[in-house]
Write a protein that binds this ligand. Structure first.
Ligand code: GLU
Length: 548
């Protein structure tokens, strides 16, 4: 067969050569060892936490080496695309501090960078030129098999427990004559372009994975689809051409792609293109129904799989990033302990320190990391972050903030400090909603009193306390007063003594405080009660006590 003639038949309109295209993508001038990495999502509009994780890592690898991190939109599957999906991805990553040096821009905005276009749907002619080149070299051919025929092949392979795919005797269109092809093309039959795989299943290839080390796999033998019938490439083919032209040095992607590595290896080889390094990252998992039952965080089942969840819940961005870094790198936590105030950019991230099996996503751990992050923020920073969060996610809180800004500022002190000590019990802004009722609304509707103290005793204590209350007490005077009022009524002022002989008392001073706490806040747990009483003011304090 005359392959040149075939290439003209199939791609007569393609005039640009592979060499001409390649010349438009010169090597970048970057420092030695600089890494070029990319984030290459399909614009589905949904950002999985695993996507943020991969993007953070890729960005870090590029930035710390003085390289380039770019965004490429893999929008070749129109079925998966949603309107404004690209904008959604760009803006949600930006919220989490991930910014691109070059690449696709939000819809309607100009792209930034000389290695574009960065949307695969705008690169159709490039892929077609590369495919034409392979046809000319006898390394690709048109395939006219219908969906039904392919299904038939699949069923046969399944029934006979053979390797799946279009290869060997199953590759029916591999050896069509030029005349047959010409007749079908001219007759308007639909066709895809397939690789003519030179592979042999006996041969082994090695994936030198940056994270996992060498992985040996059999060579690819299937004639995979390169271009679909509409001329749009498959992921396999598009990423090979793009990562080559765009100068990617390390492809960082999910490990679900390891099994197709032999295809990619072969596509680079037959096309004569220099291959980037590959780093396959393990997915983020969660425990589901038992100690050892791990599964991937699922878009469908787990709200925490979406990065919008963290914004809605009010986790500061730094908390999420900090936590993802602890999952991503085994040395990170130790580094953080030694460098509590250092910027993450100072941490030298190494891909080969990444987990090889799926890292467990642990909400408790995230919360604990977040409490540490929040504890480090100043009152001013907290006020700004909470106000910004509330403006997007919490109308009620926004109203309170606007109605009484000083009270809001004081409320931050309330949960941030215990005397001079910084408390660490807030992990996300939505937890603050628990405080609304008693700080802003008024007397609690229900009171969670400890049943241990009989109601008559409770009343007796509250009456005596109201009579003795002095709003000008400082916090230690306040505590002394609770003791003084409580003692004659059977509340032991000394916890140790109480514990030595509990039956001799109604309760301890802690129980007396508990009565006041429940009366004022409704709950048995709250931040510092003295401060809460100061915040709501004398009149409100007395009213709430009287009410119970
Ligand atoms: N578009 C592919 C995906 O979303 C990208 C994989 C890659 O990074 O090469 O899984």
């Amino acid at each position: 067969m005359d392959n040149k003639q075939l290439a003209e038949l199939l791609f007569g309109d393609v005039k640009t050569t592979v060499d001409e295209i390649t010349a438009k993508y010169p090597a970048r001038t970057l420092p030695d060892k600089a890494e070029v990495t990319r984030f290459a999502p399909s614009p589905t509009g949904y950002m999985h936490i695993g996507g943020l994780y991969a993007a953070l890592i890729s960005s870090k690898i590029a930035k710390q080496s003085g390289g380039v991190f770019y965004l490429r939109l893999e929008d070749t599957d129109k079925k998966r695309e949603v309107e404004r999906g690209a904008d959604e991805i760009i803006s949600s990553l930006k919220k989490f501090g991930v910014e691109f040096d070059e690449g696709a821009a939000a819809d309607g905005e100009p792209e930034n960078g000389a290695y574009g276009p960065y949307r695969q749907s705008h690169r159709r002619e490039i892929y077609r030129a590369f495919a034409k080149d392979l046809v000319e070299k006898g390394l690709a051919y048109p395939c006219f098999c219908s969906a039904e025929e392919l299904d038939e092949i699949r069923k046969k392979q399944e029934a006979e427990k053979l390797d799946m795919g279009y290869y060997g005797e199953f590759a029916r269109c591999r050896n069509l004559t030029y005349e047959e092809i010409e007749q079908r093309v001219k007759g308007g039959d639909e066709y895809v372009i397939r690789l003519r795989s030179p592979g042999n299943a006996e041969n082994k290839i090695t994936c030198r994975d940056v994270i996992r080390g060498n992985i040996e796999m059999p060579e690819n033998i299937t004639d995979v689809v390169l271009l679909k019938s509409d001329g749009i490439p498959t992921y396999h083919y598009a990423h090979v051409i793009d990562d080559f032209l765009m100068g990617t040095t390390t492809v960082i992607r999910g490990d679900e792609w390891i099994s197709s590595y032999p295809i990619h290896h072969q596509l680079f080889t037959v096309s004569g293109l220099k291959m980037p390094r590959y780093a396959h990252i393990a997915p983020i998992m969660k425990l589901d129904g038992g100690e050892n039952k791990k599964r991937k965080l699922s878009k469908r089942k787990d709200p925490e799989a979406s990065i919008s969840y963290y914004a809605e819940q009010g986790y500061p961005v730094e908390s999420v990033i900090e936590y993802l870094m602890t999952i991503a790198s085994s040395g990170y936590e130790e580094w953080r302990i030694k460098n509590p105030d250092a910027d993450i950019s100072e941490y030298k991230f190494k891909l080969d320190k990444m987990p090889v099996s799926g890292a467990l996503f642990d909400t408790d751990k995230l919360n604990s990391v977040s409490r540490d992050v929040i504890a480090k923020l100043s009152e001013q920073q907290l006020a700004e972050l909470i106000t910004a969060w509330a403006a997007e996610h919490d109308e009620t809180l926004t109203k309170y903030i606007n109605d009484a800004p000083e009270k809001f500022a004081d409320s931050i002190k309330l949960w941030k400090y215990n005397g001079k000590k910084v408390r660490k019990d807030v992990a996300k802004w939505s937890e603050l909603t628990d405080m609304y009722d008693y700080l802003y609304v008024g007397a609690p509707k229900a009171h969670d009193f400890d049943e241990k103290i009989p109601p008559e005793k409770r009343k007796e204590f509250i009456d005596a306390y109201i009579a003795a209350y002095d709003h000008n007490d400082d916090s230690s005077q306040w505590f002394e007063r609770v003791k003084q009022v409580g003692e004659p009524l059977g509340f032991c002022p000394n916890i140790k003594e109480y514990k030595a002989d509990p039956d001799a008392y109604v309760g301890s001073v802690a129980d007396a405080c508990g009565i006041l706490r429940a009366a004022i806040t409704g709950h048995l747990n709250s931040p510092d009660l003295y401060t809460i009483m100061q915040l709501i003011g004398e009149q409100e304090t007395i009213e709430r006590l009287k009410k119970v």
